[in-house]
Structure formats: C-alpha cells, structure tokens
Design a protein around this ligand. Structure first.
Ligand code: FES
Length: 108
C-alpha cells in the first residue's frame, strides 16, 4: 500500500438521542455520508491517492456531519452525500478545498 496524498476522516460518532451534544451519526446521517465517500472512492478507483476512514467526534457536533481532510487540515461541516463528488473533484483530486463547506474560522 502506498501513502495516500489525502486522508479523509468522516465523523461517525453516535450518541443517544437525548444527548445534549447530538452526534454526526446519531441524528445527522453520517453513516450514509461515509458510505457515499467509500462508493465515490470505488467509482473513481482512487485507492492509491485517497484514504477514507471513519472517526469519532471531531469537535463541533452541532454543525455536523463533519469531515476532516489532511494534510491541509480542512474541516468541512454540514456535509451531505450529495456533496461528496464535488469534494472529490475539487479537493481530493485537484487540491482545491471546497470553500462553501469549510467550517467557519471560529469553529476550526
Ligand atoms: S459527533 Fe461528529 S463532530 Fe462531534
């Protein structure tokens, strides 16, 4: 396995429904989001360039689902499965972070 150019961490933290912080997987559907990233990776056959990994809580739960991309350290918030293809094309394959989904500066 070669070292990927970019590594995507998709928060799939789950908490009980009444938890005050909520959670990306619990009420915001990040499990489907993670599946969308894996499906897009398979469709594009980018296994050598992009790694996609689920993660625990990334911090700003109220703005989830959250996705963190390294090496740039870009945090995307409120990501949906419909955004995944654009993230791949713009950021993961061409190095241009997708401005409209980047978390606000005071958040990250
Ligand atoms: S639960 Fe996803 S960022 Fe906290």
């Amino acid at each position: 396995m070669s070292r990927p150019t970019r590594h995507v961490f998709v928060c799939t933290q789950n908490r009980p429904p009444q938890h005050p912080r909520g959670s990306c997987a619990g009420s915001k559907g990040s499990t489907a989001l993670l599946q969308a990233f894996w499906a897009e990776q398979q469709k594009r056959q980018t296994y050598e360039q992009v790694a996609v990994t689920y993660s625990g809580c990334l911090g700003p739960c109220d703005r989830g689902p959250n996705v963190l991309v390294y090496p740039e350290g870009v945090l995307y918030s409120g990501v949906t499965p419909d955004d995944v293809a654009e993230i791949f094309t713009s950021h993961l394959e061409n190095g241009a972070p997708l401005e409209r989904l980047i978390a606000a500066e005071e958040v990250w």
